[in-house]
Ligand binder design. Structure first.
Ligand SMILES: Cc1cc2nc3c(=O)[nH]c(=O)nc-3n(C[C@H](O)[C@H](O)[C@H](O)COP(=O)(O)OP(=O)(O)OC[C@H]3O[C@@H](n4cnc5c(N)ncnc54)[C@H](O)[C@@H]3O)c2cc1C
Length: 228
C-alpha cells in the first residue's frame, strides 16, 4: 500500500466526483483497478476502484457516493490535502490485452463504469487498434455525463443514454439505435451488474457471445458489484 493525498477534486454532479491524487502508480494496464483504503469509524475499509488515469499520470479515481455505503461516502467527503492509502499493484483483466481483433470497439458503461475507458482512451493504443470506437455512457441525469467533452476531443463517438431523457442503454439497443454487428464489433460492458446482464442478453440475441480466452467471443465485462 502507498500513502498519498488528494491533490484535486472535480465535482461533476451531486454524488459524483473525480479525485486526483498526488502520486502516480507504477506499471499497470489501462482498465485495471486497485484497492483504496481509509479509516472509517476507527476501522480500515478498502474497496476496488478502477484507475481513470493512464499509466505514469497521477492517479485519478472517478467515484460515486453510494448512499449507506461504508467507504464511498467517506471517500466522497475527502478534500484537497486529505490522506488515503492505495494498493500499488493494480489488478484485473478488463484490458485491451485480452480482446480479440475487431473493427469496432463499443465501450459501454453505467455511471463510474466509464473510468477504465477514460484510462484506455487517454493512453491511446486503443485508438490505433480499432477503426471505430463508440463510448455509450448510461446515466440518470445529463449532468452525470462526465468526461464527455474530453472523450469527444480524443476523437471517439460518444452516445449518451440518459435514463430520464433518451432512455437506458437497453432501450437504445432495443430501438435499433446502436448498430452493433457480430462481424465487426467487440463490446465492453462495465458498471452496474443489472445493465451488464440485460445488455449481454440483448447482444446474445443478436449473435454476440461472451468472450473467453478459450472460446473467443464478442462481449467482455467488468461488474462493479454483485447482482442481488
Ligand atoms: C473491479 C471494480 C472496480 C470498481 N471501480 C469503481 C470505480 O471506479 N468507481 C466507483 O465509484 N466504484 C467502483 N467500484 C465499486 C466500489 O468498489 C464500491 O463497491 C462502491 O464504492 C461502494 O462501496 P461502499 O463501501 O460505499 O458500499 P458498501 O458498504 O460496500 O455496500 C453498498 C452496496 O451497494 C451496492 N453498490 C456498490 N457500488 C454501487 C454503485 N456504484 N451504485 C449503486 N450500488 C452500489 C453493492 O450492492 C453493495 O453491496 C468498483 C468495484 C469493482 C469490483
Amino acid at each position: 500500500m502507498i500513502q498519498t493525498r488528494i491533490a484535486r477534486r472535480h465535482d461533476w454532479a451531486p454524488g459524483l466526483v473525480t479525485l486526483t491524487l498526488e502520486h502516480p502508480l507504477g506499471e499497470f494496464e489501462p482498465g485495471q483497478w486497485t484497492n483504496v483504503a481509509l479509516e472509517v469509524g476507527g476501522e480500515r475499509v478498502r474497496r476496488a476502484y478502477s484507475l481513470a488515469s493512464p499509466p505514469g499520470a497521477p492517479v485519478e479515481l472517478f467515484v460515486s457516493r453510494v448512499a449507506g455505503g461504508r467507504l464511498s461516502p467517506a471517500l466522497f467527503d475527502l478534500g484537497v490535502g486529505d490522506p488515503l492509502e492505495l494498493d500499488d499493484q493494480p489488478q484485473g483483466f478488463f484490458t485491451l490485452k485480452w480482446l480479440p481483433p475487431a473493427q469496432e470497439l463499443w465501450m459501454m458503461a453505467t455511471g463510474t463504469g466509464l473510468a477504465p475507458y477514460v484510462s484506455m482512451l487517454r493512453q491511446g493504443d486503443v485508438r490505433s487498434r480499432f477503426e471505430r470506437i463508440v463510448v455509450v455512457h448510461g446515466v440518470r441525469h445529463e449532468a452525470e455525463l462526465a468526461y464527455r467533452d474530453e472523450l469527444r476531443q480524443l476523437g471517439v463517438e460518444h452516445v449518451a443514454a440518459v435514463s430520464r431523457a433518451t432512455g437506458r442503454i437497453t432501450s437504445l439497443i432495443d430501438r435499433g439505435e446502436l448498430d452493433i454487428q457480430p462481424e465487426r464489433a467487440h463490446v465492453m460492458l462495465c458498471g452496474n451488474p443489472a445493465m451488464i446482464a440485460e445488455v449481454s442478453a440483448l447482444l446474445e440475441a443478436r449473435g454476440l457471445t461472451k468472450h473467453r480466452q478459450r472460446k473467443p467471443g464478442h462481449v467482455t465485462v467488468e461488474s462493479y458489484w454483485e447482482l442481488k
